[in-house]
Design a protein around this ligand. Structure first.
Ligand code: SF4
Ligand code: SF4
Length: 145
C-alpha cells in the first residue's frame, strides 16, 4: 500500500512539474544577460539614498535641518550647512552617508521636510573595502548633472 501511494504521489509530482514546463515553454525569456545588458529597475525599486535635483533650483534643496540625521536608526548620515548670507535660508554644504551600515529603512526619505531625499534605482553597490561605502551625495549629484 505504501509503495502504491509513493508511486501515485511521485507521478503526480512529475505531472505537475511537466505542466509548469509546458505552460512556460515558448514564452519570452525574462532573464537578462547581465552585465552585458543593463537592468531596467522599476520606479519603486529601493536603491541607495540620493539627493533629488529640483529643476527650479538646479540643485538639491537640503537646508541642513538635521531631521534625517536624528531619524536615522544607524547614525550613518553626516550633514553640514551654512547660510550664504544673513537672513538667507541655510544650505547644505556637505552630505555623507555610510551605505555599509544603511538599512534602507527609508526614515530619512519619509521625514525630510523639503523632500530632497529619494531612493535611487542603482543596484551596483559592491565595495572592495568598508570605507568605499561612505559616499558624498553632493558630489554624486554634481556628477549626475
Ligand atoms: S535609509 Fe534608514 S538607515 Fe539608511 S540613511 Fe536613511 S534613515 Fe539611515
Ligand atoms: S536631507 Fe532633508 S531632512 Fe536631511 S538635513 Fe537636508 S533638508 Fe533636513
Amino acid at each position: 500500500m505504501g509503495l502504491v501511494r509513493e508511486v501515485i504521489l511521485g507521478s503526480w509530482s512529475l505531472i505537475t512539474g511537466m505542466g509548469v514546463t509546458i505552460r512556460r515553454y515558448g514564452r519570452r525569456a525574462i532573464t537578462t544577460q547581465y552585465p552585458r545588458k543593463r537592468l531596467e529597475m522599476s520606479p519603486g525599486y529601493r536603491g541607495h539614498i540620493e539627493l533629488v535635483r529640483f529643476e527650479e533650483l538646479g540643485s538639491h534643496n537640503c537646508v541642513a535641518c538635521g531631521t534625517c540625521v536624528r531619524f536615522c536608526p544607524t547614525h550613518v548620515i553626516k550633514v553640514q550647512g551654512e547660510k550664504p548670507r544673513a537672513r538667507a535660508p541655510k544650505r547644505a554644504t556637505l552630505y555623507f552617508i555610510d551605505f555599509s551600515h544603511c538599512s534602507l529603512c527609508g526614515l530619512c526619505v519619509a521625514n525630510c521636510p523639503t523632500r530632497t531625499l529619494k531612493f535611487s534605482t542603482e543596484y551596483e553597490m559592491a565595495h572592495a573595502c568598508r570605507w568605499e561605502g561612505v559616499v558624498d551625495l553632493m558630489q554624486r549629484l554634481e556628477e549626475s548633472a
